[in-house]
Design a binder for this molecule. Sequence first.
Ligand code: BG6
Length: 485
Amino acid sequence: MMSYKFPDGFLWGGATAANQLEGATRTDGKGWTTADTAQFIADPKKRMAQMLQPMTTKTVEAALNDTKGLYPKRYGIDFYHRYQEDIALFAEMGFKTFRLSISWARILPNGDEEVPNEAGLQFYENVIDELLKYNIEPLVTLSHYEFPLGLSFEQNGWQSRKTIDAFEHYARILFERFKGKVKYWISFNEMNIVMMTGYLSAGLLEDQLSADESLTQAQFTAMHHQLVAAAKATKALHEIDPAAQMGCMIARMENYADTPAPNDVLASVKSDQENFLMMDVLAKGSYPNYAWRLFAEKGAKIDQTKEDQQVLAENMTDFVSLSYYMSGIVGGDETAETSGNLLASKANPFLEKSEWDWQIDPVGLRITLNKMYDRYQKPIFIVENGLGAKDELTNELKVHDGYRINYLREHIEQIGESLQDGVDVMGYTPWGCIDLISASGNEMSKRYGFIYVDQDDVGKGTLNRYRKDSFDWYKKVIASNGQDL
Ligand code: BG6
């Protein structure tokens, strides 16, 4: 087996998001968010569709008033009350960093109050202090697939320019409070997904669009507003805490051409352009050359002011970050078998799939890292990667998840190869380091963690935590700085 040299100070850790693990959604003054309306649907075939389904004021209100449905993101895995026990387990594995997100509505319940909710701030301060106690660097996402519903009802979320100011205000509150404690921030989780899930990440409601506005146009408007907001947050961070760094993040989809036919290869190039669009803007300071044709092809317009252009040009991201789970295929036969869910593509005969049909492609990670470094020349933080699988807790309270170890080992090897290629990778935080609620399926049985949480899809279980086989393996990987895989 090859042995790889990871740099000193490489940030090994794990990643999570507030709405998928905290629970306590009505506790200590938190406001409702878009994640609170995500329901568990028993039929797996219908589960995924929900994430893409547009919402209206009526459907949101119906979900908030529904007393019969199951809304797992409201109870999570009760990290809100068990964070000390969980962080102790992360420390036992030797984590150097832990990725969490802050729920905007815990800090500003409606999204735009002048004065923050002290109980919300105090909760995150406790979590951050607990991490620092073990020398674990917090890596904090400002917005991860949840948006304060107050601002959806009032101004249709990110369709409104006013949301840029609200976000900047929220970000400044956090930077002031946590300066000197949090060195690494990410503005938006998987920001490119706003083009698909306007409700979840941008709080868009279909009934609030005027007759001449399409949902597609609203998603592009939201995208532009989020880009300006990310640049403004970067500016604020650099003013308030010059030692801290801001990253931007996309869900990276490495899409290969189906055949060597030039049009298939072109489709792959265009897929990259669409996938990298937002990162190009934040890492290079302006919309890229191909953007205008892409907007025209989508029938969308961007209302960019002089001030927007200046803010984007002057406040570029410090590092780039990505989630990477799988690769896909574009071009060729449109009727071919597909694979994956949200980012579904054609099936690749050379790759195996996970139980959820995601194509497993470690070499694709190396390809992607090389492409990204060539494109941006900025440090890359891999802030999500991992295998969603069904685990079994044995009678001896063990979980033998060799399949997860294999997946992670093969991906870490490719990070090692990328380092040898000269790519600057600063850290690696596998997704859902502790089992949590799935983002797309709102289910518990799709597990990613090193730590097993005893809870099922309908919220039953003791919530006890158990170390899986991968827990001991990852501990060894971190202790040897990637040498012992
Ligand atoms: C990423 C998200 O898309 O993938 C996470 O940022 C999510 O929030 C993760 O949980 C895995 O997706 P899923 O649907 O399997 O939970």
